[in-house]
Design a protein around this ligand. Structure first.
Ligand code: BV8
Length: 315
């Protein structure tokens, strides 16, 4: 990860503008949760068991192979449940508390912002949550939220390694390092890493998957916005209301996102049209909304890990 360098002049000018800002919008992506140990969407090349994550995150994939898609989401639920919010999540919570006109737009479905105590009135989950479920039958409106059952059904249990006896007294430092990392991630040490296609994973038939308790025959699916699906209309309305009520948006924060997915990425331009100065926080200078030429005069680019930079910026 690139060294985190904060240019003091940029830091000062950013903080002086933030101090007098009434209306602040923050667009967040997977980079916000990277320091919590969760892979980004395009991390590991965006591949999960030789499948492109963007392909698995579609209604077509669920229709074709609900067992595989549920393994994908059960794995991400398990990882997210084992992860902890990082300093960037908490700094956003604090800024939201301080600023009356503040709204976080998160593309993340990992539940770390609410676990950090983010004011629910000042955050919009553009792409849903791993811990919401809904019925996949088009005629059924069953929904449930905050379902933290892990695994969701026994058939989705993540297989465990059979711990290899290490010849007595030779437990090297690497085991200790792995053990402490796994402890940090809260994953039990012998979870097999099913994101790797070489790790055997049993096929799960539809009758072993969670079914809708209301209509009785629909399969339950993750309460997630898949590619090709419309974002929740009430969420879009509430974001538009925040923008419409803002005579001016002072700052648009773009935190740990490749800003390549729409309509989420479109809010950067909308904020600009409302006079916002854009502050991009990203480890990768190439990942700026609209690319290299996406930056305008008066914008800021802070290169480095969000969990280090964000607390510094909001001081
Ligand atoms: C790929 C893209 C071009 N496609 C789209 O945008 C599509 C199609 C489309 C619509 N409008 C368009 C306009 C132009 C082009 C295409 C479209 N959009 C849709 O399909 C949307 C729905 C999009 C939502 C899809 N669901 C997700 N997530 C839930 C699933 C799941 O999670 O499984 S999107 C998902 O991918 C995106 C991933 O982006 P990031 O979070 O930014 O992650 P990424 O890995 O890419 O980048 C990480 C960044 O962090 C940085 N980083 C890494 N570590 C750190 C660190 N430590 N610190 C700081 N930064 C860091 C990295 O450098 C990098 O920049 C997020 O949005 C994430 O939520 N729906 C829709 O348009 O419906 C229409 C419609 C209209 C009417 C009726 C019916 C339908």
């Amino acid at each position: 990860m690139a060294a985190t360098t904060i240019n003091s002049a940029d830091l000062e000018s950013f903080q002086s503008v933030l101090r007098y800002s009434d209306r602040v919008l923050a667009l967040c992506g997977a980079g916000l949760s990277a320091a919590s140990g969760l892979p980004t969407f395009r991390g590991a090349g965006g591949i999960w068991r030789s499948h492109a994550a963007v392909q698995l995150a579609t209604p077509e994939a669920f229709r074709e192979n609900p067992g595989l898609v549920w393994h994908f989401y059960n794995y991400r639920r398990h990882m997210a449940l084992g992860a902890k919010p990082n300093a960037a999540h908490y700094a956003l919570v604090e800024l939201a508390r301080r600023k009356k006109g503040f709204l976080t737009l998160t593309q993340n479905v990992d539940g770390l912002s609410p676990r950090a105590g983010h004011d629910a009135r000042k955050i919009k989950y553009l792409h849903g949550s791993l811990f919401d479920l809904k019925c996949s039958a088009f005629f059924c409106d069953y929904k449930e939220t905050n379902n933290y059952v892990d695994p969701l059904v026994p058939a989705l249990e993540i297989p465990k390694e059979v711990p290899q006896p290490t010849p007595s007294g030779t437990a090297g430092s690497s085991e200790a390092a792995t053990a402490s990392l796994e402890k940090a991630l809260g994953i039990t040490s012998n979870d097999m890493d099913i994101s790797k296609s070489e790790v055997p994973l049993r096929d799960v038939s539809a009758d072993e998957l969670p079914h809708c308790p209301k209509c009785g025959n629909g399969l339950l699916r993750p309460g997630i916005v898949w590619f090709g699906e419309q974002l929740p209309s009430d969420t879009l309305k509430e974001v538009d209301k925040f923008v419409a009520e803002s005579p001016k948006i002072d700052i648009m924060l773009v935190i740990g996102t490749s800003a390549a997915v729409y309509p989420a990425a479109g809010y950067v331009a909308i904020a600009r049209d409302k006079g916002a100065r854009v502050a991009v926080i990203n480890v990768d200078r190439n990942d700026i909304p609209g690319g290299q030429y996406g930056m305008c005069r008066g914008d800021w680019f802070f290169q480095g890990d969000a969990s280090t930079i964000i607390p510094e910026l909001f001081k």
